[in-house]
Design a protein around this ligand. Structure first.
Ligand code: MF3
Ligand code: CO
Ligand code: CO
Length: 273
């Protein structure tokens, strides 16, 4: 444990102290609980700004801080990305309609630690295609997480995600990636969701980062709209994303943003009814 003292690797990746994961679990649990609780209001007829307002109230009620309000001029407590929006959808007057799929991404700060997670929701009845996209994206995140262990590399994570997604004839977005985090929102490394085995930095115990693959039904290319935030698929195909914040442990990893209510995957609704 002696060398395990908040140092940086040669790639600038922070190796956290053994006790630091307690802070990450507190922040991660709050972000995940907010995503659990907001699920009850997702339905046709609801606006994305109403969802964001509810999220902001939950952050405040917990005595925490939103990491996104004021971040590079962003003014909302969440990103809400509907249908062909890949990520960074801005909450607004848009009304959800039957069959819409959406990602909600929340990052909170608790006692200085950042918890960043996102997941998919469905408004009303969802098509088989959308359901399959959501399933593949969820499973792609989990394949990436399963590849996390000291001695493996970030390329191994990307490779696990990419090979799984492409075998399902879907595509991995290249233009956005996961990131280191901890007492900062975005830190090295860039966590790519594609790659070759054995390439990029080697994973070490004490690294904290997100994995947050975006998967498209069509081609991987994206473009950012004139609002400078909203990223959409160039071919207008549907896109999905799931995100966890994790830490590398001695023999694998720990997930800081597990859903306390078992609601990470939208099928929890079906099993409940
Ligand atoms: N939470 C996003 C991520 O996964 C970042 C959102 S930044 C914002 O990294 F400003 F758009 F909110
Ligand atoms: Co993130
Ligand atoms: Co996020």
């Amino acid at each position: 444990m002696d060398e395990f003292k908040g140092r940086l690797t040669k790639d600038g990746i922070r190796i956290h102290n053994a006790g630091d994961s307690a802070g990450m679990f507190r922040a991660g649990a709050l972000a995940a609980r907010i995503l659990d609780d907001v699920a009850d209001m997702i339905a046709p007829g609801v606006t994305t700004e109403a969802i964001d307002a509810a999220i902001q109230r939950m952050v405040e009620a917990a005595g925490a801080t939103s990491a996104t309000i004021g971040y590079r001029g962003y003014q909302h407590a969440s990103c809400i990305s509907v249908n062909h929006v890949v990520c960074h959808g801005i909450p607004g007057a848009k009304v959800l309609k039957d069959g819409d799929i959406l990602n909600i991404d929340v990052t909170v700060i608790v006692d200085g630690w950042f918890g960043d997670t996102s997941r998919m929701y469905v408004a009303g009845n969802v098509s088989r295609r959308s359901e399959r996209l959501i399933q593949v994206t969820h499973d792609a995140l989990m394949k990436g997480i399963e590849a996390v262990r000291p001695g493996k590399t970030f390329g191994d994570i990307g490779h696990a995600i990419q090979t799984y997604v492409e075998a399902q004839r879907m595509s991995v977005v290249r233009d956005f990636c996961g990131h280191g985090l901890g007492q900062v929102f975005h830190a090295p490394p860039n966590v790519l969701h594609y790659g070759r085995p054995g390439t990029a930095a080697v994973l070490e115990e004490g690294m904290f980062f997100t994995i947050e693959p975006m998967v498209n039904l069509g081609r991987p290319e994206t473009k950012v709209l004139a609002d400078d935030w909203t990223a959409v698929t160039r071919d207008k195909s549907l896109s999905a994303q799931f995100e966890h914040s994790i830490g590398v442990t001695a023999d694998g990893c720990e997930i800081f943003t597990l859903s306390p209510g078992g609601r990470f995957h939208p099928t929890w609704r079906k099993s409940a009814s």
